[in-house]
Design a binder for this molecule. Structure first.
Ligand code: CP
Length: 312
């Protein structure tokens, strides 16, 4: 294996990682899937993943837990803040410091931008951002890029549509930052009220071809190799009437597949609500559950690399 590029690092923003880092992580992700379970189960023996989720999660928390267990480690954490001493008034800083006393790496999901960066100043153990506000979800982008690479055997040269909530969707920003390392065409499709925050992509806009659209038109569908769909995030809408107006605007169904390239891949970070019809779940185009499954393997590779200078 190439030299470990992740040992003891914080994973706060995907922007802290480059193409060589991605190549290393993807190699480790491939390698870890070939290990016998006994060998895999030795990697993190005696080590602990500590976590705290101030927001709901299914995939991020469970895939990290499952990943940690698969490499022989254990997880402990707070998935329901209401059952913790935060309810007695304990500060964010003291909570993070305390979790870091009991664990070897910390995973945090928090509704505020900057929450993971701040945690790095408090924790003596590496911090993984499991989603911070509308800002970033770096490990999601790592698994998104890994999924694209596994399925298409390349990333350069692809046309990638990112559809839905581009304003509040943190996975969107991490994905765009990651894709800015590659030679791709990005098509951003959203209603006007959910347009990308231009100030958040300003400094990478010269590095990548990006176009904005309001419609997922037939002409655009003919071009796309990947359609990355995102949920319209009801919980981040200040006005529910505005949410109701745009809910269900871009539903991906058989009709959309008919107008698309035959080998178009549909990705979604999940959870979905109504933006992808379950009727296409069993098509070869639907990659979103495979993507979620890759999440466990990539996170096992990431944890192994953060925790050990020489994971294998
Ligand atoms: N993709 C993702 O972050 O899913 P969860 O919100 O279920 O963790």
């Amino acid at each position: 294996m190439a030299k470990n590029r992740f040992f003891n690092r914080n994973v706060v923003s995907i922007r802290d990682f480059n193409l060589d880092d991605f190549a290393y992580l993807f190699d480790v992700t491939d390698k870890i899937q070939t290990l016998k379970s006994k060998e895999r189960g030795e990697i993190a023996k005696g080590l602990i993943l500590g976590y705290i989720f101030y927001e709901y999660s299914t995939r991020t928390r469970l895939s990290f837990e499952s990943a940690m267990s698969s490499i022989g480690g254990r997880s402990l954490g707070i998935s329901d803040v209401d059952s913790s001493s935060i309810m007695k008034g304990e500060s964010y800083a003291d909570t993070i410091k305390t979790i870091s006393l009991y664990s070897d790496v910390i995973l945090i999901r928090h509704p505020s931008d900057g929450s993971s960066r701040y945690a790095c100043e408090i924790s003596q153990k590496p911090v993984i951002n499991g989603g911070s506000g509308s800002e970033e979800h770096p490990t999601q982008a790592m698994l998104d890029i890994y999924t694209i690479f596994k399925e298409k055997k390349k990333i350069d040269g692809l046309s990638i549509g990112i559809v839905g909530d581009l304003k509040y969707g943190r996975t969107v920003y991490s994905l765009i930052y990651a894709l800015s390392n590659y030679n791709v065409d990005i098509h951003l499709v959203s209603p006007a009220v959910l347009k990308i925050r231009n100030e958040s992509i300003y400094d990478i806009s010269h590095k990548v071809n990006m176009r904005q659209h309001v419609e997922l038109s037939d002409e655009l569908l003919e071009k796309l190799d990947i359609i990355y769909v995102t949920r319209i995030q009801r919980e981040r809408f200040p006005d529910l009437q505005e949410y109701n107006k745009i809910q269900g605007l871009y539903t991906i169904d058989e009709n959309v597949l008919k107008k698309s390239k035959p080998d178009v891949s549909i990705l979604h970070p999940l959870p979905r609500v109504d933006e992808i019809s379950p009727s296409i779940d069993n098509t070869a185009n639907a990659l979103y559950f495979k993507q979620a499954a890759y999440g466990k393997e990539l996170r096992a590779a990431l944890l192994s690399s953060l925790l050990h200078e020489d994971p294998f």
